[in-house]
Design a protein around this ligand. Structure first.
Ligand SMILES: *Cc1c(COP(=O)(O)O)cnc(C)c1O
Length: 353
């Protein structure tokens, strides 16, 4: 039987997200998925798993509320930011009617998720000047339901200015929601826009334990927004989105001692990033280094595919970004621990063009 005939038509032509993990490569230094290189060894005590977990754990909501400085009525727990990206589209966008906007180049999942749900996406180039961006938003405002802004942006590492963001919030107020993906915000925590949620009820902020917290394996994320938006999302989210084990570890990770550990990790990785920046500048076949507010650096080489393959051979796995329009010869390097950073620079310096 030809199952392809059964697939809905917008999925037939669709190319899926290639996660760092799915690109099966062998290596021993993993600098391709922006994960934390520092792992904390957990032990779980919850051995009875015959009951469903709470739909939304009050303990976790309360702790994340304290951590992020917002009321717990303004928080929804989800299976990572990825579920939240999807939930917002499912909740707010009518297929084949409404559209989303995203700023390019960025995290692929905004566009891909929209496509899966039959929602068209409009791309605005990040490098355009502000006025051009506002104009494009204004011109499309009648179709737009959601605007995704990745801040700090993946893969460039740049940060949209607060001024630009506030202008976008004002242009869209009452008409569309502005979703700010703060997956990497712990690396520049003073830049968080969570405090703006009080003033701008159309602002939604996405957070995760996957990056700075070093807990990509438990799949836990948070949506922070006006309490009415949270109520609506709670109607649409699946009944038991978070596994009990995830709750148990998240509960521990939001305690003061683990938060201190996370903050120390951030300091260490930011220090490693500055060291990497300094060393990369010395390498002659590095063409451009992008300024980064997160735990990765986007680097333009003269010949990225050569570098990428060469590093692969040495067991160092980086993330090739050259398939993206405008990012030809660019590779994204996650900041590893000091040994990994040193090894990377050693191998890069050894390579003679
Ligand atoms: C890694 C990443 C995510 C995924 O977050 P999860 O909470 O693990 O689903 C979302 N957005 C951006 C920009 C990311 O880089």
């Amino acid at each position: 039987m030809d199952f392809k005939k059964l697939v809905k038509f917008d999925i037939k032509k669709f190319s899926s997200y290639k996660s760092a993990r799915s690109l099966c490569v062998k290596g021993n230094i993993w600098l391709n998925a922006n994960e934390s290189p520092i792992s904390y060894e957990f032990s779980t005590v919850n051995k009875h798993l015959n009951r469903y977990p709470d739909s939304q754990s009050k303990d976790i909501l309360y702790k994340y509320s304290k951590y992020s400085n917002i009321d717990y009525n303004n928080i929804l727990i989800s299976r990572g930011i990825d579920e939240s990206i999807e939930l917002l589209i499912k909740t707010f966008c009518n297929p084949f009617v409404d559209k989303i906007i995203y700023f390019y180049p960025t995290y692929d999942m905004y566009k891909i998720t929209a496509e899966i749900f039959g929602v068209e996406s409009i791309k605005i180039f990040l490098k355009n000047d502000s006025l051009k961006k506002y104009e494009k938003i204004k011109n499309n405002i009648n179709y737009i339901k959601l605007i995704y802004i990745c801040r700090p942006n993946n893969p460039t590492g740049c940060l949209m200015s607060k001024k630009e963001l506030i202008n976008i919030l004002e242009i869209t107020f009452g008409k569309a929601l502005v979703i700010v993906d703060e997956a990497y915000i712990e690396f520049c925590i003073l830049e968080s826009v969570v405090p703006l949620i009080k003033k701008y009820s159309n602002l939604v902020v996405l957070r995760t334990l996957s990056k700075a917290f070093g807990l990509a394996g438990i799949r836990c994320g948070f949506t922070l927004a006006n309490s009415e938006i949270i109520k609506i999302l709670n109607k649409v989210i699946s009944p038991y989105p978070i596994p009990s084990i995830t709750y148990e570890i998240a509960n521990f990770a939001l305690n003061k001692s683990f938060l201190n550990f996370m903050e120390k990790t951030v300091l260490k990785l930011n220090k490693n990033k500055n060291w990497l920046l300094k060393e990369l500048k010395k390498i002659s076949y590095v063409k451009k280094i992008f300024k980064s507010f997160a735990n990765y650096i986007l680097v333009e080489f003269y010949d990225s595919s050569f570098i990428f393959k060469n590093m692969n051979k040495k067991g160092i796995i980086l993330r090739d970004q050259s398939y993206k329009k405008g990012l030809k010869n660019c590779i994204r390097i996650s900041v590893g621990n000091k040994i990994e950073c040193k090894k990377l620079i050693y191998e890069l310096k050894k390579k003679i063009l």
